[in-house]
Design a protein around this ligand. Structure first.
Ligand code: FES
Length: 67
């Protein structure tokens, strides 16, 4: 008896409170009307809006605090 073939592993996404969204790569990211490709095995995407290299996290979330 055979079942369905296993498909590719579901992508893993990790949410860091107050920080980035961590996604397993490689990935294509749709950002501001463009597609950005990243070959890294793990990618940190900015979720705070303060990064100067969006869509990627540049760790600005660590330095800047909202008041
Ligand atoms: S989440 Fe790190 S700079 Fe925005």
């Amino acid at each position: 008896m055979s079942g369905p073939e296993p498909g590719p592993a579901a992508p893993r996404i990790r949410l860091i409170r107050g920080g980035p969204v961590i996604v397993d790569g490689p990935i294509d990211i749709d950002h501001d009307g463009e597609t950005v490709h990243c070959d890294r095995f793990r990618v940190a995407l900015c979720a705070c809006g303060r990064s100067k290299i969006k869509p990627f996290c540049d760790t600005s979330h660590r330095r800047t605090r909202r008041r």
